[in-house]
Design a protein around this ligand. Sequence first.
Ligand code: PLP
Length: 446
Amino acid sequence: MTQTLTTRSRARSQQWFQRAQQSLVEGVNSPSRGAAVYHPGPVVLERGRGSHVWDADGNDYVDFMMSFGALIHGHAHPKLVEVVSQAMAEGSHFATATSAEVEAAERFRRMVPSAELVRFTNTGTEATMLALRLARAHTRRTRFLKFEGHYHGWYDCYLLNGHSYSPEEIGSPENPMKIPDSAGIPPSTFDEVVLAPWNVVSALERVMRDHGRELAAVITEPIMANMGCIPPRDGYLERLRELTCDYGVLLIFDEVVTGFRYAPGGCQEFYGIRPDISVFGKALGAGFPVGAVAGPRPILDRMRWGEDMVLHYGTFNGHRLTMKVVAANLDLLSADGTYRNLHAIGNAAIAGLQAVFRKRKIKAIVQGFGPMFQIYFTDRDAIHDYRDYCKHVDTRRYSHFVHLLLERGIYMTPSNGLHWIISTVHTESDVTALVEAVDQACAELA
Ligand SMILES: Cc1ncc(COP(=O)(O)O)c(C=O)c1O
C-alpha cells in the first residue's frame, strides 16, 4: 500500500538535491529530471522493486514513469537480476564477437517483422543518428523530413520543434517556423531538414509533392510520444507509407518508445505497416542502455566494411551484459498473454481516470490506449498534433496535478510531454491506488 499524505516528508531528497548542485549541472544529468520540471526539486529515488520505488526519505510510490518506459518489467525483476549477476561474474564486456549478441539478435528478428538484420547501439539517439546516415547513403540524397513535435534524440539535425512553443511562434501549418531546441547547432544543419505538421494527410501530400524527390527519409514516431500520447489518425501511416514509396523515400519508424510495448513487434506489427528502417531503445534493454537499428539486408549491409561503407563504431556496441539482458527480456515478453495483460491493465487505468475526471467535473482527457497514455487538461475532445498541444493543453495545471500525486504515492514526471507507462508488473491494485490518488488530487484541483 502507498503511504498517506500526512506521513510524507521529502527533507532528505531536498538535502541530496542541494548537495548535487555542487557537482552536477543543475544537480542532475538531464534537464528533464531537475528543477525545470520538479518543484522545488526532484524526488531522489533510492530503490525499486516490481512496480514500486522508494525515495531517500523512505516514501513508497507506485511508479508509472518507469524510466521513461525503459523498465518494461519494472524494477529488479528476479529473472533479470539473476542474468545480470551471472553475466557480471563471467565478464561484463569484451568488445568483440560474443554468443550473447547472436542470441539477442535472433530473438529480436523473431519479434520484429521488418528486421532482416539488426545492429545494436547504446542509446536511442545513437540509433536514430545511424538510421539517418544509412538512409542518406542508400538513397544518395541528404535532406529528410521531420515532423513537428516529434523527438528523435539529441542529435543536432533532429533538434527542431521538439519542445512546445507558443502558438504565435510556430508559424502556419503551410509554413511552419523552424525553432531549434538547443543552442550550439550551426543553422545550416537545418537546411537539410524539411519540417511538416504530423497527422494531417493533406499537409503530408503537399510537402511530399514539393520535396519528395529530394528526401532521403521521412522519420516518424508511429504514435507521437513526446507531446504526451497522440495516436495516428486512421489511414495516416498507410498514406505515409504509400507516399514514401511513390517518391523513393525511406520510411524510418522511430520505435524507441513504442517498440516492444504495443505488440511484440512494436507499432509496425500493431498497425501492419512495414517501414524501411526502424529504430528501437528503451524497453529493448529493460533498464539497460541499448538501442537498435533494424531493416532489410540491402540497407543494413551498407555498414559492411569496404568502399563507400556507412561507418558505425562503438566500444560498447553489443555490450555483453546488456545483450544477455536483451535476450532474457525478449524471452519474458514472448510469454503467452504478456501483451493482452499490458493492454488490459492500461485500458483499466484509462477508464478509471476518465471516470474520476467525469465525476469531479474536471476538464481533462486521457488519451492513448493500453500500455501508454497521457492526461491533458484541455477543453478539446482530443489532441491530434503538435499545434493542438501548443494551443490547447494546460501544461501548468498538469504539472501541479502531478505534484499532488507525488504527495499521494504516485511517481510520475510532471512534464506533460511525456506519458504514463504500464509495465508487465503493474497490477489491478496499482491501478486502484492510482485512481484513488487521482480522485484525491482532483478534489484539491477543483
Ligand atoms: C521517440 C524517441 N526517439 C529517440 C529517443 C532517444 O533515445 P535515448 O534517450 O535512449 O537516446 C527518445 C528518447 O526519449 C525518444 O522518445
